[in-house]
Ligand binder design. Structure first.
Ligand SMILES: Nc1ncnc2c1ncn2[C@@H]1O[C@H](COP(=O)(O)OP(=O)(O)OP(=O)(O)O)[C@@H](O)[C@H]1O
Length: 255
């Protein structure tokens, strides 16, 4: 569980996060949504410990980040997996080299132990015959699977995904969303996903926080988001013509 209490983050005079509080539970896919520039990435970077808020607290399973020593912060960092926008794989390494990389860097496991773990996670993300391929030789959807395998290879307690669907066709995007949700439940991970994708909101938005100009404008579930009358949320959710029609149908049905 991650508890966020009233965090503020500024860069010079620019006050970007203005007192965000929320709770992200284990085993749930938590989504952070909002317009471009609303502060989603800065928020995710605060949760990753890459930015330290000037005010407020972030608490990871009972440990306040601000109270941790340098080595405790390093240990916490190793409990975090990250799926970057665009996958961020190492082009010169094979699929299995990419997935093995964190194990090689941060553990003392033998080659055989690492290989077993790599084989296990690649099978878990349904990549069976891609071990020896290079990222340029596989599709965008497969690259995402490799990125997910790499993010979970260290058995993380926390999984952060920045726009995991960017660049994927809608069908592949749903498969990737579902994979992230299955893994979250299976290993009881606290997963936080930054997204613009309304399909993701509908499919896996078990908890959604909506950021606007650096504050939390709304929070709720995918069932609730389509019923809210919050103008900022409805402007965002119903920005496409398709969703406007869906909302109109819903309102007509309700009346
Ligand atoms: N390192 C930084 N230094 C100064 N300003 C920054 C820094 N990082 C982000 N910002 C500013 O913070 C604001 C929020 O940016 P952020 O990247 O969090 O938005 P976002 O909601 O993730 O947008 P998008 O959906 O386009 O990725 C922007 O005005 C941005 O210029």
């Amino acid at each position: 569980m991650i508890e966020v209490d009233n965090i503020h983050k500024s860069f010079g005079d620019a006050h970007i996060l203005k007192g965000v509080s929320t709770i992200f539970e284990d085993g749930k896919t938590n989504l952070v949504i909002g317009q471009s520039g609303s502060g989603k990435t800065v928020f995710l970077k605060c949760l990753l410990g890459l930015f330290e808020p000037e005010e407020g607290q972030i608490c990871y399973n009972g440990q306040f980040y601000s109270e941790l020593s340098t080595s405790e912060r390093r240990d916490l960092r190793q409990e975090m997996g990250m799926v970057f926008q665009g996958s961020a794989l190492f082009d010169s390494m094979t699929v299995e080299g990419n997935v093995m990389f964190p194990l090689d860097m941060f553990t003392n496991q033998s080659k055989a132990e690492m290989q077993d773990r790599v084989d296990f996670v690649l099978e878990r993300v349904n990549l069976i015959d891609a071990h020896k391929k290079f990222p340029s030789e596989i599709s965008g959807g497969m690259q995402k699977r490799v990125a997910i395998a790499r993010a979970i290879v260290m058995n993380p307690k926390y999984l952060f995904c920045d726009e995991p669907n960017s660049g994927l066709d809608p069908k592949t995007a749903i498969l990737i969303d579902n994979l992230i949700q299955e893994i979250t439940k299976e290993y009881n991970i606290t997963t936080i996903i930054n997204t613009h994708d309304m399909n993701s909101v509908m499919e896996i938005g078990e908890k959604i926080i909506f950021l606007k100009n650096g504050h939390k404008e709304w929070e709720g579930t995918n069932k609730e988001i389509f019923k809210t009358d919050n103008k900022a949320v409805t402007d965002f959710v119903y920005s496409s013509e398709l969703f406007k029609k869906v909302r109109q149908m819903y309102i007509e049905e309700r009346n």
